[in-house]
Design a binder for this molecule. Structure first.
Ligand SMILES: [Zn+2]
Length: 184
């Protein structure tokens, strides 16, 4: 019976560092910036605050400001967050960068290339039976399933398309767990 699934393997995707930011540098037209050590800039204007996350162009080092808060009333801020902005708290840098609202507000995107790893529980063994693999995301890494599966199984992308059965679209980047079956 070809639909019989022989084993189930768990895979986990983890973040290894902060992703780069895909944003156009006004000076050198490069499209990539890094948070580096992570810095905020806070500007008070009466009772209103502007907060930016500062990133640096990877080509020319120019600082690019990404808006986090735009003229927000001081009293609307959690005091712990306000302190975090002022001391460049690394946890707050990470959560600010990974919050989808930052990319929406600044019309940029996160570039996850080289910023994640795949923990595959056991080596891939082709025993002539379909194998089911469940992928979980420990961090909100955005990756194309096709690419993740190719890396995990050591297959080319065309082999992936031929040998994988999966309900999740293989070419659309996701950070939501999914399951797929490998046909021998
Ligand atoms: Zn630049």
């Amino acid at each position: 019976m070809s639909s019989h699934v022989h084993i189930v393997l768990p895979w986990v995707v983890r973040r290894t560092r902060l992703p780069l930011v895909s944003v156009r540098c006004p000076d050198c037209r490069s499209g990539s910036a890094t948070t580096g050590d992570g810095r905020f800039r806070v500007n008070a204007n009466g009772k209103l605050l502007d907060v930016w996350l500062l990133v640096r162009c990877v080509s020319c080092n120019r600082t690019i400001k990404l808006t986090v808060h735009d003229r927000a009333p001081v009293r609307s801020f959690d005091p712990a967050a306000l302190r975090g902005y002022r001391v460049n708290d690394p946890g707050l840098v990470a959560s600010t960068l990974l919050d989808p609202r930052l990319a929406q507000r600044n019309r940029c995107a996160l570039d996850w290339d080289g910023s994640w790893r795949l923990d595959a529980a056991s080596p891939w063994i082709d025993e002539g039976w379909p194998v089911q693999i469940g992928v979980a995301f420990a961090d909100p890494v955005l990756v194309r399933p096709e690419r993740l599966i190719a890396q995990g199984l050591g297959l080319s992308r065309s082999q992936v398309l031929r040998r994988i059965k999966c309900e999740t679209p293989l070419r659309r980047p996701t950070s939501t767990g999914f399951t797929f079956t490998v046909i021998p």
